[in-house]
Design a protein around this ligand. Structure first.
Ligand code: ATP
Ligand code: MG
Length: 561
């Protein structure tokens, strides 16, 4: 394995906290965690880390993991995202059983909580504009200034808040704020906004509500309603924990423990829904499920397996400090998984014609090929061999360097599973000067690639039968970003790799792949792992995505030329 700085999930600090909590509190036998996505985009590999952690902990401690949609902003959310998120979590192999919730289901309860805070003089309606609120908040150096509306009576606040709910006011004209401390060293505690007015249709509650809770108000209270025991979130919420605790204390309701961990950052990748949305909207990619995207739908389409993603998330572990994981570790997980599972096949991506001049015209001979050397139970298949074949262009060189152990003029190589061949002649295209065809001979006594007399050949190359092979398109993906940390650029779209996709239209695969279905994954021998594309593959017209190359060539930037 590459030399990556990983921490083992088996010893992560969150597990230690949970184990201790269960020991101390003998009444609690198990835990409840939750995964709380906002349905405003598709899930990405960062979410997979959170999913694996939350569902994984629940499984390990015999507890429950709720799937709760944090749908508190009607302007950005919709059902398409809800459905895609569910699909991705199921694909990962997790099950929320009956524990599917929506923050919007709690709107009446959350409203009641807000009223309780008003009644205990812990919240007030403020008429300052958004900009004024920001100005009055102060900075880390300067204390904030109290709003002139801060001392409204309980009765007035209750009335105004009800009127806000009843739609009497314009967006932005009023908000409900917590009454905490404008001098606090934690900016989140300087009378944070709890509710704002939004006149927009919500994808579930339609027009029933026109006031919506802010994340900080909704999140903790939803956790509490669901009797979550451990509310695990990413580090940017560390500064919000004081507020999380404050509201729960003031309401005197079930109080989950918030624990923060470092979010996943991946080299050569952006992992923020806002940025991924920009890639889609500005058509830098073909959609959320473009195989170059780090979304779960994109990775799946490219050929990533759920196991490979789970293994990756487990391997990288859970840390308390920010770091960036090398993308080659993600690829490594995929190779490791597919090496065990995938059916092998012969394919030629950049064909050059080979004619075996001493092979009988019109003959088709079936050669036995191994389906998966890692799993002998997978058996063998028959691959047709004929006089005319294709080999890959880069397996032949006219003027090879000394260590080149593939085919050259006058040299002998093994065609995998088949025969030894020797190149006798190169035929050039008279117009372009390019190589049109290689004339070779074969040794009939080397069937199965076995040496007839102990003589050695320099190498083994792959091939397909020209008349029997199936023509396909293959899509090779290169990194979407040229910079290791595109997130740090002022405009990350300037770092997009203009050559992130190469489309090869003249590729050939062995005929045993004729029944390939979208989503099927193969190892094309010596080339990498390839997945039949679920969007572009049609019955007689297969399109393959290269999921990952066979070897880690990240440093060189993968390219098949
Ligand atoms: P983004 O920053 O991509 O927009 P988000 O945090 O706004 O993500 P949510 O839908 O709110 O997206 O996330 C659901 C859960 O997934 C949250 O608990 C969040 O902390 C977690 N999560 C999001 N991104 C990552 C990441 N890169 N690594 C680990 N967990 C993440
Ligand atoms: Mg969020």
């Amino acid at each position: 394995m590459d030399n990556h700085n990983t921490e083992n999930i088996n010893s992560n600090f969150i597990k230690e906290i949970i184990t201790n909590d269960l020991l101390i509190n003998s009444k609690k036998e198990t835990i409840t965690t939750r995964f709380p996505p906002e349905p405003n985009g598709y899930l990405h590999i960062g979410h997979a880390k959170s999913i694996t952690l939350n569902f994984g902990l629940a499984e390990e401690f015999n507890g429950i993991c709720n799937l709760r949609f944090d749908d508190t902003n009607p302007t950005k959310e919709n059902m398409i995202y809800v459905d895609s998120i569910k699909k991705d979590i199921e694909w990962m192999g997790w099950n929320w059983h009956n524990n599917l919730y929506f923050a919007s289901d709690y709107f009446p309860k959350l409203f009641e909580f807000a009223v309780t805070l008003i009644k205990s003089e812990k919240a007030y309606v403020d008429d300052l504009t958004q900009e004024q609120i920001r100005e009055y908040r102060g900075t880390l150096i300067n204390p904030g200034i109290e709003s002139p509306y801060r001392e409204r009576s309980v009765e007035e606040n209750l009335n105004l808040f009800k009127e806000m709910k009843d739609g009497k006011y314009e967006e932005g004209s009023k908000v409900l704020r917590a009454k905490i401390d404008m001098q606090s060293g934690n900016l989140n505690m300087r009378d944070p906004v709890l509710y704002r007015i939004i006149h927009a249709e919500h994808h579930r509650t339609q027009n029933k509500w026109c006031i919506y809770p802010m994340y900080d108000f909704a999140h903790g209270q939803c956790d509490s309603i669901e009797k979550v025991t451990h509310s695990i979130c990413t580090l940017e919420f560390e500064d919000h924990r004081e507020l999380y605790d404050w509201i729960l204390d003031k309401l005197n309701i079930h109080h989950p423990k918030q624990i923060e961990f470092a979010r996943l950052n991946l080299s050569f990748t952006v992992l923020s829904k806002r940025k991924l949305m920009k890639l889609v909207d500005e058509k830098h990619v073909e959609g959320w499920d473009d195989p170059r995207m780090p979304t779960l739908s994109g990775l799946r389409r490219r050929g990533y397996t759920a196991d490979s993603i789970k293994n990756f998330c487990t391997k990288i572990g859970v840390a308390k400090r920010q770091n960036t994981i090398d993308i080659s570790l993600l690829e490594h997980s995929l190779r490791e998984d597919l090496n065990k599972k995938s059916q092998r096949a012969l394919a030629v991506l950049n064909p050059i014609k080979v004619t075996i001049e001493n092979y009988p015209d019109g003959q088709i001979e079936y050669i036995e090929a191994v389906n998966n050397p890692e799993n002998p139970n997978k058996g063998h298949r028959q691959v047709p061999f004929t006089k005319e074949l294709y080999i890959d262009k880069n397996d032949f060189m006219v003027d090879p360097p000394r260590k080149f152990n593939r085919l050259t003029l006058g040299s002998e190589v093994r065609l995998k599973y088949a025969y030894f061949i020797t190149c006798k002649k190169i035929i050039h295209n008279p117009e372009t000067g390019e190589i049109d065809e290689l004339i070779c001979t074969y040794d009939p006594n080397s069937k199965g690639g076995q040496s007839p007399d102990g003589r050695k050949v320099r190498g083994t190359i792959h091939w397909v039968s020209k008349p029997e092979a199936i023509k396909t398109q293959v899509r090779i993906y290169n990194p979407l970003f040229l910079k290791e940390k595109p997130d740090e650029s002022t405009d990350f779209t300037l770092d997009i790799n203009p050559n992130s996709i190469e489309i090869l239209n003249n590729c050939y695969i062995e005929p045993s792949l004729s029944a390939t279905k979208p989503g099927d994954i193969f190892q094309f021998e010596r080339l990498g792992y390839f997945c039949a594309d679920s969007k572009y593959s049609k019955d007689n017209n297969l399109v393959f995505n290269r999921a990952v190359s066979l070897k880690d060539s990240w440093s060189k930037i993968n390219q098949i030329k």
